[in-house]
Design a protein around this ligand. Sequence first.
Ligand SMILES: Cc1cc2nc3c(=O)[nH]c(=O)nc-3n(C[C@H](O)[C@H](O)[C@H](O)COP(=O)(O)O)c2cc1C
Length: 341
Amino acid sequence: MQSNFWKKLKKPILALAPMAGITDSAFREICRRNGTDVVYSEMASVSALYFKPDKTLELVRFKKKERPYVVQLFGKDPAHFAKAAKVITEKIKPDGIDINFGCPAKKVFGHGSGCALMPQKELARQIISAVCDNTHLPVSIKIRAGLRDTTAIHFIENIKDLPFSTVMVHGRTYEGSFSGKVNYEIVEKIKKMIPDKIVLANGGIFTPEDGARILKNHPSIDGLGVARGTWGKPFIFNQIKELLACHPELDSGSNKISKISKKFRFRVKPGMTNDYDFKKIKKIMITHAELIWKDKKDLGMFEIRKHLAWYVKGFPGAGELRRKLVEAKSVKEIKNILKDF
Ligand SMILES: Cc1cc2nc3c(=O)[nH]c(=O)nc-3n(C[C@H](O)[C@H](O)[C@H](O)COP(=O)(O)O)c2cc1C
């Protein structure tokens, strides 16, 4: 039996949440270098792993530097989950396996996978059991605050006896999609229901202050999963840690956090690149480009465009810089463009 890495992580645990099209090997390594404690893969189809695994295995390959690394699976057929768990355990050898119960995207939800599984009591149990029975790795799940009249509380009540070790709760309902209010209270309630399991809150963490505030206001939560807040700001993990470490006395509910943030040159506005040293960001951009080039060559140069645009968001002259960067076809070109700025 392999030891459970989740239990060894120092709390609060800061995780890079799974994002299809974003959390590839290069980005996961960039986030690990910048303070995240654990990274998730892009979601991988259990049916693809069941019938024709090669391409999907390629999608979830990883490098040692990314560890601890969790592969996320999606699908709806317990037999496919069972085989996929075996294949991933044997061929990829990650540190954990996660099951997607939260995705609202049409092509996943419409096929009865992701969040569509939340109200299906028996099927959800079968899927979790199928994965747990076919791997020695710790199993985690990712859920939403609810779907129609099934809340995350109902969902957890139904499965809490199963031997999964961690749950990441996106505190928005299916109906709330990606912009509704985030319910962190429900995450605390879930922690009370399963005190021996690790419970992470996800959703709406766009600045270091957001992260620090949630952890301070909801102290029973074991950590956070950050998704879009990492776009152009993979260092958000280190910033959250710094904010917490410098000011362990931060009160919940006071505006002390934003005062301290100003002192530490963190902007509070969501979506804006903060005042992080541009030199450091340039270095991160170049490393990111080098890593993605190594893995994916020309496709990588195409895929990094969105990241480059996010990195420079909010900088003076960002428009012109962005235009040049997204046309770059090699790491050398990216370096040259950045040198002049
Ligand atoms: C582009 C994109 C891709 C995503 N892909 C996945 C995925 O593969 N698996 C998953 O469980 N959630 C996925 N999510 C959801 C995120 O993990 C996260 O739950 C959601 O974005 C809310 O967190 P945030 O407010 O920090 O972005 C994705 C979200 C985005 C924006």
